[in-house]
Write a protein that binds this ligand. Structure first.
Ligand SMILES: [Zn+2]
Length: 179
């Protein structure tokens, strides 16, 4: 067995079983048992196979309605912290996933988890150079900083321009370089 997962143990109630297989990693409570190929934790509850994050949600909020999915706000599929989960429709969940980048734990372009510092690091690549924008407690703050930096570096960036920087509507105005 190459994988160092938490050894199997039997519990009388699912909450104890889940707590036994969860470990804090920064803001996330990560499942330490078996993960499926998508990185979701898998558990057996009363003989029934169940995804760990769905179990975590149900223990807190009750049964998940038919057709609903539990989405990871933190984009960390092994996370079972209920505060990082939200009930979503399948369609909404797919939209969130299209934002995720392979191997990028935050799911936000340019934002990476710095395990040693226990913070999110922001970085923008432009013309082969990396521009570091700092460390952040919150993914959303890191994303905002990355987008601001990207706007500064790439004069045109329509995908990022909507929905951010409302407080600085004239940053690309009269004082911007002529294009
Ligand atoms: Zn999380």
């Amino acid at each position: 067995m190459a994988q160092a997962t938490t050894p199997n143990r039997r519990f009388n109630n699912p909450a104890d079983a889940l707590a036994y297989r969860s470990q804090w990693n920064g803001e996330c409570l990560e499942f330490t048992g078996h993960l499926d190929r998508h990185g979701y934790g898998k558990m057996h509850v009363r003989g029934r196979g169940m995804l760990a994050h769905r179990l975590a949600w149900e223990l807190e909020h009750g049964e998940i309605p038919d057709g609903a999915v539990i989405d990871h706000r933190c984009h960390n599929t092994s996370c079972v912290r209920v505060a990082h989960l939200r009930l979503a429709t399948h369609k909404l969940n797919m939209e969130h996933q299209t934002r995720a980048h392979h191997g990028n734990k935050s799911g936000v372009r340019g934002v990476y988890w710095q395990a040693q510092r226990r913070k999110w690091a922001g970085q923008v690549r432009h013309n082969g150079k990396s521009h570091y924008v700092g460390l952040f407690e919150d993914v959303a703050d890191a994303e905002t900083a990355v987008i601001a930096k990207r706007l500064e570096l790439f004069t045109y960036n329509d995908s990022d321009r909507t929905g951010v920087d409302h407080d600085r509507p004239h940053r690309l105005g009269a004082d911007s370089p002529a294009l």
